[in-house]
Design a protein around this ligand. Structure first.
Ligand code: GLU
Length: 480
């Protein structure tokens, strides 16, 4: 048996960590078993589905580097992979159930419309018992209707979920749910079962929110006589509401880390690295055995087992995500990072220096950067003059700051042929002679050279600016 799994997003909104990790777990499972990873677009909600969201799904996957085997844009032998192009298939499947008397028309006003579907319905549905002559008459009158499934009341749904274990539901608890809406579109339940069955999906790995839908699906599989897949419902995680996502995207600020999870497209715009996103997604509901949280997804294929997925919900931890992102930026290939950074300089209206200095500074300044858009502002003290920030000014006004700067200047002046690596020993000497250390020692030096107490290591200043410029800045600091 070839393992075939699918990720089935509805193009009604942005992708976020909540649904991305479903794709990641499906991907890992497919690769582990030498199987096939299918992406199907579930666009039967005519009003809410948008082509632009589908395009973004495609772009996100390309950017994230998660390889898909079959999809609307990759093709494959079980297509079409867009539900809106499969209506003839649903129609044919409806006919099968009509013939078996397993569905019935429901003429109740508004039934089968997306909103009405959510309403509590009486079970069994009254239209199930409409006399044949009424059905005929209503049809003649042209009354709109939807098709409902005549749930076999005495069936017992039983399946073993890979994460949740044995699940048992009495079919009498399942309503006579809608399968084809008034507009002729299949409902989620109907489309998903027909498609998963015809696309030969062997394992359905999806969010826990769908666990309650599985009884409906199980009954439909039975009705068609199709072989059921193995289900695997992964835990929930924090996700943003659509409106919050739109709002977050409208208020993105380059170089400012978002405080809440945002859609993938938002991270892409801010310059987070795709491998950090993929890595963090996998940590939402799963953990590597060696506890090393930074990993390449493909290195975890062998180890991945859905049985290890957590049962409890997982929370998005913004500081962990940023910590991981910082690590990726710190270890990224320097040429790649430099190229990724260029558009952010343009956006920030900061002209990067010539190539050699540019590369050197990217390397020196990338520490503790979670996103590439944090880099350009860090360049400013190195390419423009010093602009004293508020914290820099305060530091220079601290008692003792001027003494530190004075002694450094003296020692630097006294040393001929001063090299970048001499800077640290000089600072150490000054600290010892004056009996100061830590921030009382380093903060005034940095504040006068780059305008703020926080920044890269000291030796970089001498390397980049040279002795005369560093001395000039230190003296200016004494004058503050
Ligand atoms: N289109 C459904 C969703 O986005 C897919 C659910 C499933 O995987 O069955 O929630």
């Amino acid at each position: 048996m070839t393992v075939r799994v699918r990720y089935a997003p509805s193009p009604t909104g942005y992708q976020h960590f909540g649904n991305l990790r479903t794709a990641v777990f499906n991907y890992l499972f497919a690769r582990k078993h030498g199987g096939v990873f299918v992406l199907r677009i579930e666009d039967t909600d005519r009003e809410r589905s948008k082509k632009e969201y589908e395009d973004l799904i495609r772009e996100d996957f390309e950017w994230l580097g998660i390889a898909i085997d079959e999809s609307p844009w990759h093709g494959g032998e079980y297509g079409p992979y867009r539900q809106s192009e499969r209506l003839h298939i649903y129609k044919e499947h409806l006919e099968r159930l009509v013939k078996k008397d397993m569905v019935f028309r429901c003429f109740c006003e508004g039934e089968g419309e997306p909103e009405a579907e959510k309403k509590q319905v009486v079970s069994p549905d009254p239209c199930r018992f409409l006399p044949a002559e009424d059905v005929k008459r209503f049809e003649k009158e042209g009354r709109p209707f939807c098709w409902r499934f005549a749930t076999p009341r005495d069936a017992i749904v039983r399946f073993k979920d890979l994460v949740r274990g044995n699940v048992r539901v009495k079919a009498s608890e399942v309503t006579d749910f809608v399968v084809i809406k008034q507009d002729g579109m299949p409902t989620y339940h109907f489309g998903v079962v027909v498609d998963d069955a015809l696309m030969k999906i062997t394992h359905v790995i999806r969010g826990r929110d769908h666990l309650t839908n599985t009884a409906n699906h199980w009954l439909l599989y039975d009705a068609f006589g199709y072989e059921k897949p193995t289900w695997c419902h992964i835990s929930r995680t924090s996700k943003l509401k659509k409106r919050e996502m739109l709002d977050a995207l409208d208020h993105l600020e380059m170089g400012v880390r978002p405080k809440k999870p945002i859609p993938v497209i938002g991270y892409r715009k801010l310059g987070y690295l795709p491998e950090a996103i993929v890595n963090y997604s996998a940590l939402l509901g799963w953990h590597p055995r060696d506890e090393i949280e930074k990993f390449n997804l493909d290195d975890k294929i062998e180890e991945f087992d859905p049985k290890d997925l957590t049962k409890g919900d997982s929370a998005f931890d913004i500081s962990k995500f940023n910590w991981l992102s910082e690590k990726y930026i710190k270890e990224a290939d320097i040429d790649r990072l430099s190229e990724l950074a260029r558009p952010f300089f343009e956006a920030a209206d900061i002209t990067p220096p010539e190539d050699k200095l540019y590369l050197r500074l990217i390397d020196a300044l990338r520490g503790k950067c979670a996103m590439v858009s944090e880099l350009p502002p860090r360049f400013v003290p190195f390419i423009g003059g010093v602009k004293l920030a508020e914290d820099g000014r305060k530091t220079l006004q601290e008692p003792g700051a001027k003494k530190v700067l004075g002694l450094i200047v003296n020692k630097m002046e006294a040393k001929t042929d001063l090299k970048p690596e001499d800077f640290d020993p000089i600072i150490r000497e000054v600290g010892e002679e004056l009996g100061v250390k830590g921030k009382n020692l380093f903060f005034p030096i940095r504040s006068s050279i780059i305008g703020t107490p926080h920044g890269p290591m000291m030796s970089l200043y001498l390397e980049i600016f040279g002795k005369d410029e560093v001395l000039r800045r230190l003296r200016a600091g004494i004058g503050e």
